[in-house]
Design a protein around this ligand. Structure first.
Ligand code: MN
Length: 729
């Protein structure tokens, strides 16, 4: 789909408008408060007035299109309204409180959550990125509707991506493939997942995409005939047996074909380019259909999957079988009920269709073990990095299903060992595990579990606890976290000492005092920020390696910038340097004159310069472009001067004055001073003025020895987020 798809030849907008959204909602939710939806639209339209999308169309088209997608998924009223309003907190003066007052806290909280996810910058800065992931996963666990709106927002942006600059297209496509498609998969939202993948592929591999498109189109006729034939045979059989059903053919999406071709298969080898889907009334019918299918065509062994008895963790249910069809071509048949079908298409979002008006999150989280685990991980992990690594492992790996001897099913990441299983059953079972049996036979603890394994854990009260080696054997984040937790607890004293040492070393490195960063003033902040109960807990976590000391100091500095400016000034402010001026410049024709450097323009080696003969018969050196020099009446007093060393020398120090403006935020000053000191430069003065209209003003004098250093410094400063302007005074 192109942006142009939304406009006819005369340039009229043909995309969804608000009445389309309302019509759609009324279809499945006759009780919906359409006045309130209209009110949300009017607010959004007013708020976005004058804003345009990249394509040039009015901005309001975007949130309306997002709401339309949500309506197609039969989402509840709060989510539809949140979809219409999803960008107003981010882009307009409308606030959370405004939304809460007019549309309720549910809507406000969803919009707020979406805004927070949108603000995450998936920049190259590793830490920022990890923090972003963490927030996203946590918000997802707090109200799943947030991520549903976000996914629809992203879907519409991907559908209209061709209006963006090429480098943006590539960046957004990567992001979509790396983050949003796996999340959609995890939530069982396959329609969205497939569209994400196909759209991303189109921008990331345009050539291959076009090739695929062509080959798929070429064979379409042939395939359609084949499917029609299969469907009519099947229909006749099932109707004859008295089973009510709908049967559809389904083309595979491009990305999955692309993936298969990546594994070396050629296009013609990919027999399951199509699948046939049978939708029936009852679960009993599903199994009956499976039986009848197998009387018509031979099943391929190992390809029969019963996701009804054993639903996938994303709630997907269906029976799958691959059979050898007419003419010997294999194809896949999926059999499910209408309700299962809805879940298969919309995943978690299907939940709302039946739960209108209910607060679904908690109940839903129980169904989605995966979401529960995210919450658990958040509590058990040490620091954002650890948490995100855990969730990503969860997000990207396949799963195996194994059983206890009593028949209870557990889902584990593929590659899991009996130790992973033991910890999943219970922490104590894990800690006391000494061996394992699979199907009644003893296996090593490194055994990789397979779906269908019946696993029995042997425990011993005499067990001395887990072994450190286990950390490299287990694959599930839960098991790893629990083993780490065991060692954390048991080596606590040693870890506290190690942690204190690391903070001390890091503090020294960052030019702050150990006693200051560990000030009791920060206790509350530190405890809530790092999810610990005390400083000792934090030291222990650092000692264990769960949290990096630099990360802790950085967060404290960000939170309390005012405390650290003074500190940095004390340690890095130096007196204005002395320069042996006579050694730095050469004065044309006369080397006896005393030389001074002008304060108005502070020249440094490398700058174009000019001398001015003062009444006291010395020479003041200015920058050639200094305004004071342009206005000199008595041009005779100007004299040519040259740097003896244009590149500067380490012995001669000069002051350069910078004036910086920035969007005011916590930590901006600390960021500036960090950049300066990271370059090994000293600050001789630093001044900030109270921000006006949200713009912070910072003046600083820095000691340098050449223009090259000034340039490097300015380039580095420019890269700080929120800095808007830097100039030399
Ligand atoms: Mn948006």
């Amino acid at each position: 789909m192109d942006v142009s798809d939304f406009y006819d030849d005369k340039g009229n907008y043909t995309g969804p408008v608000i009445s389309d959204v309302i019509d759609e909602v009324k279809n499945y939710n006759p009780q919906a408060d359409t006045d309130l939806i209209m009110k949300a639209y009017e607010l959004a339209e007013r708020a976005h007035e004058g804003q345009n999308r990249y394509s040039g169309e009015p901005y309001i088209n975007h949130p309306v299109a997002v709401a339309k997608i949500l309506a197609e998924m039969h989402m509840d009223q709060a989510t539809i309204i949140a979809g219409i309003l999803h960008d107003v907190i981010e882009d307009t003066p409308v606030t959370y409180d405004d939304l809460a007052a007019q549309f309720g806290t549910d809507v406000a909280a969803i919009v707020d959550g979406v805004t927070k996810i949108t603000q995450f910058q998936f920049s190259s800065k590793e830490e920022a990125q990890i923090e972003s992931y963490r927030k996203m996963f946590v918000s997802m666990a707090s109200d799943i509707r947030i991520i549903i709106v976000k996914l629809c927002d992203r879907l519409h942006n991907m559908r209209t991506l061709n209006a963006m600059r090429p480098e943006k297209q590539i960046q957004k496509s990567h992001e979509t493939l790396d983050i949003y498609a796996p999340i959609a998969h995890r939530l069982g939202m396959f329609n969205i997942k497939w569209e994400f993948e196909d759209l991303a592929l189109r921008y990331l591999e345009p050539e291959k995409y076009r090739e695929l498109e062509n080959s798929v189109v070429l064979k379409r006729r042939e395939r359609e005939e084949y499917i029609e034939n299969v469907i009519s045979i099947l229909k006749e059989k099932l109707n004859g047996e008295g089973i009510e059903c709908d049967i559809y053919g389904r083309p595979k999406h491009f990305y999955s074909i692309y993936k298969k071709m990546q594994t070396g298969k050629s296009f013609s080898d990919i027999y399951d380019l199509i699948a046939v889907r049978v939708i029936v009334e009852t679960v009993g019918d599903c199994y009956a259909v499976l039986g009848w299918v197998h009387t018509l065509w031979k099943p391929i062994p190992g390809r029969i999957k019963d996701y009804i008895a054993m639903p996938k963790p994303n709630m997907y249910q269906s029976l799958h079988t691959t059979v050898i069809g007419p003419g010997g071509s294999p194809f896949e048949i999926q059999i499910r009920t209408k309700e299962m079908h809805l879940v298969a298409e919309y995943g978690i979002a299907a939940h709302w269709k039946y739960k209108e008006g209910k607060k679904g999150s908690d109940e839903l989280a129980e169904k989605l073990q995966w979401l529960m685990e995210i919450k658990e991980l958040e509590q058990e992990s040490e620091g954002a990095e650890d948490f995100v690594e855990s969730v990503k492992t969860d997000l990207y790996t396949d799963e195996v299903f194994v059983f206890t001897p009593k028949g209870k099913v557990f889902e584990l990441p593929a590659g899991s060992t009996p130790i992973d299983f033991a910890y999943r059953v219970h922490t104590d079972v894990g800690n006391k595990c000494t061996g394992a049996k699979v199907h009644g036979k003893i296996v090593p603890l490194t055994y990789r579990l397979e779906t269908g394994d019946i696993v029995e854990i042997i425990t011993s009260p005499q067990s001395k606890g887990p072994s450190r080696d286990w950390l490299s054997i287990v694959v599930s984040p839960q098991a790893r976290n629990k083993i780490r937790a065991y060692f954390r607890k048991n080596d606590r004293d040693e870890n506290i000492m190690k942690g204190k040492d690391s903070i001390r070393r890091e503090a020294k490195h960052l030019h702050v005092e150990y006693n200051q960063v560990t000030n009791t003033k920060y206790t509350d902040f530190v405890c809530s920020r790092f999810n610990v109960a005390s400083w000792d807990d934090l030291f222990a976590a650092i000692g264990y390696g769960g949290i990096r000391p630099g990360y802790v100091i950085q967060r404290i500095k960000e939170r309390y910038p005012e405390d650290f400016v003074a500190e940095e000034e004390k340690s890095t402010l130096v007196k204005a340097p002395r320069t042996d001026s006579s050694k730095a410049v050469h004065i044309q024709g006369n080397s006896d004159l005393a030389v001074k450097f002008a304060h108005c323009c502070s020249p440094v080696p490398g700058d174009g310069i000019i001398g001015y003969i003062t009444r006291g018969s010395g020479v003041t050196v200015h920058r050639a472009d200094c305004v004071n020099m342009k206005n000199v009446d008595d041009r005779d007093r100007l004299i040519q001067v040259n740097w003896i060393d244009e590149g500067g020398s380490a012995d001669n120090k000069f002051l350069v004055s910078l004036y910086i403006t920035a969007n005011d935020r916590k930590g901006i000053l600390a960021d500036v001073t960090t950049v300066i000191s990271d370059l090994g430069l000293n600050i001789s003065a630093l001044q900030t003025r109270a921000p006006e209209n949200g713009i912070a003003q910072i003046s600083t004098n820095v000691v340098v020895n050449s223009l090259t250093q000034v340039d490097t410094l300015m380039k580095k400063l420019e890269k700080i987020r929120d800095i808007t302007n830097i100039y030399r005074v």
